[in-house]
Design a protein around this ligand. Structure first.
Ligand SMILES: Nc1ncnc2c1ncn2[C@@H]1O[C@H](COP(=O)(O)OP(=O)(O)O)[C@@H](O)[C@H]1O
Ligand SMILES: [Mg+2]
Ligand SMILES: [Zn+2]
Length: 575
């Protein structure tokens, strides 16, 4: 026997088996009882909520010879004839498979003849919103003057696409999403029917992920079954759903809070490597943030969130760490992502992009993102991650100009007092700044006023072997490669390799400037060239007038820098 999908096998056959739509089924049963059948019905609602099933049940119930409490008996000749489709009095048209003009034309021909065996001729038109204008017009004519024995059941997920002229002739029933409890009951019942053991937690998980569509719930259950034995475990369900166990979701949340870019990307890689479905992950993550939001606003989140006490405690905890705006913004971002990724051939890529945005609202210019940025800053200041910035001096000088300077001047610009050699003091000051920058300070590193190559390698050497170097990176660090590929080596300035990007690659540049990528690149440079080079990223048009940030403690330093710059001193910008 060929395998039949659960959602087909377990299609309800009587009104009383239909879950969660009693407002529809009780009304229809009542009409049958009173023998008061309308000529046209419109069933609307999300997919997988029972529209087609109820239409079929109804088509039998109004024709059944042996009605049982207003449900079809499913055993009499007519019921059986309808079920095995040997009776032509009940016709199903799938408007989705063609635009329906021919079908409707045929229908109009056909409807002239009274039913052969049944009391009613029933036309079920599924996905009716897909009919063409011509087909709608033809249908309308029939609906305007239907024969006594005709009954139309139109079903659609998109009632707003149905012309008002048709709507006004139908009795409308809205099918609701199936509630969480009803879905749990349905799953338990179906599992019993097919003799499958499933624990409560798994049932709830499936219900939650199906979002009120019974067909989806049964499909998931189906996949869990075909996966193996007769027992469904929670882990299996998570696996099938491609869901990240809850702690993965919390881990990811933690990384977002810490703006741990590398960590987030690694986690996505792990999820994909484990064969999980990215779209399901996105769905779960969206839900996760919805729970954080609820935990933030509700006094009694346990009444709304159906999760273990332990999880709810964590939702509350994370709710406190995020601002409301931030949570809403993330939800907004993930909701957009959920829609987009469904139709994407590469959802992973979209997920990464969204997470980059979530981690770095800097890449988003919307007011919402701006708010989040400000809040993040405030939070960091509160947590002591950022100290009050020192005064900053910005100057522009030519990179390639080799300025002859006295030791004296060089040292003056560096906040250092010892008598170390200039080169040494320069290295130390760079290190010092680099340490500071691990505290998330956005300042540019290093005080480099003297533009001379002290790196121990010539710029030509670097440039000449750049392609080889890129190839190495491609093999070792693919993300780094993805960003670096848009940049070019532009100069070596003291011990800093300047990499330039076109303006349109600002995303790549900014990514390259991330601490972890910079560090990775510096390590790779050391491996490849055996010299200590640090990195500075600039835009193409800044070369020849590259911006150098200089931090000074005391205003007398500004004067020294002005002296040093000489003719160029009007290019100095004091912030
Ligand atoms: N309300 C419901 N009660 C029980 N099962 C349902 C219900 N809605 C859908 N199902 C299950 O989903 C399958 C598809 O439902 P269907 O009636 O085709 O939904 P729709 O036409 O609304 O998309 C059914 O065969 C059944 O297994
Ligand atoms: Mg349907
Ligand atoms: Zn019957």
């Amino acid at each position: 026997m060929s395998y039949q999908a659960l959602y087909r096998k377990c299609r309800p056959t009587v009104f009383d088996d239909v879950v969660g739509q009693s407002h529809v089924t009780e009304t229809l049963k009542n009409q049958i009882n009173l023998n008061n059948i309308a000529h046209a019905y419109l069933f609307t609602g999300t997919r997988g909520t029972g529209k087609t099933s109820v239409a079929r049940i109804f088509s039998r119930a109004i024709n059944c010879q042996d009605i049982v409490d207003n449900n079809p008996c499913n055993e009499c000749d007519t019921c059986r004839g309808i079920i095995d489709e040997s009776l032509m009095d009940v016709v199903e048209i799938d408007a989705a498979s063609n635009n329906g003009v021919d079908d409707i034309r045929e229908l109009r021909e056909n409807i002239k003849y009274p039913p052969t065996k049944c009391k009613y001729k029933v036309y079920i038109i599924d996905e009716v919103h897909m009919l063409s204008q011509g087909a709608f017009n033809a249908l309308l004519k029939t609906l305007e003057e239907p024969p006594e024995y005709a009954c139309f059941i139109l079903a659609t997920t998109e009632p707003h696409k149905i012309p008002a002229t048709i709507l006004s002739r139908c009795q409308r029933f809205d099918f609701k999403r199936i509630s969480f409890e009803d879905m749990n009951d349905l799953l338990v019942k179906v599992a019993e029917e097919v003799t499958i053991d499933i624990d409560e937690r798994s049932v709830k998980m499936i219900s939650r992920m199906s979002e009120g569509a019974a067909r989806d719930a049964l499909s998931i259950l189906d996949q869990c079954i075909s996966y193996g034995e007769n027992t469904i475990t929670y882990d299996k369900v998570l696996n099938i759903l491609g869901i990240a166990r809850d702690n993965i979701l919390f881990d990811m949340t933690e990384k977002i809070l810490l703006e741990d870019f590398q960590g987030v990307m690694t986690m996505i890689g792990d999820i994909v490597a484990a064969g999980k479905d990215v779209n399901q992950f996105i769905k779960a993550f969206l839900k996760h943030f919805r729970n954080i939001m609820i935990a933030k606003i509700s006094e009694t989140p346990e009444n709304i969130i159906d999760e273990s006490d332990e999880s709810i405690r964590k939702y509350v905890e994370y709710g406190e760490k995020f601002s409301m705006d931030h949570v809403l913004w993330i939800i907004d971002e993930l909701a957009k992502l959920e829609v987009d990724s469904k139709y994407s051939s590469n959802p992973r890529f979209l997920l990464e992009m969204s997470l980059v945005k979530i981690l770095r609202p800097t890449y988003d210019d919307s007011i919402e993102a701006l708010k989040v940025r400000i809040e993040n800053l405030e939070r960091k200041i509160e947590m002591g991650l950022i100290s009050k910035p020192q005064r900053r001096v910005e100057s522009s000088t030519k990179i390639e100009t080799s300025v002859q300077t006295t030791e004296d001047k060089k040292i003056q610009t560096v906040p250092q007092t010892s008598n170390q050699s200039p080169v040494q003091s320069n290295i130390e000051s760079q290190n010092q700044v680099r340490e500071e920058s691990s505290n998330e300070i956005v300042e540019e590193p290093a005080v480099e006023v003297k533009y001379e190559n002290h790196s121990g390698i010539s710029f030509e050497q670097v440039k000449g072997s750049w392609e080889k170097f890129l190839n190495l990176i491609k093999r070792e660090k693919i993300f780094l490669y993805a960003f670096l590929i848009e940049g070019k080596p532009a100069a070596i300035n003291n011990k800093t390799l300047v990499i330039s990007f076109e303006r349109k690659f600002d995303f790549h540049k900014e990514s390259m400037e991330q601490k972890e990528y910079r560090r990775d690149l510096e390590e790779m440079l050391f491996t490849f060239y055996n010299v200590d080079l640090s990195i500075s990223c600039v835009f193409d048009d800044e070369i020849g007038g590259a911006v150098v940030h200089v931090e000074v403690d005391d205003s007398s330093d500004i004067e020294k820098i002005q002296n040093f710059l000489g003719d160029d001193k009007d290019k100095l910008e004091i912030l």
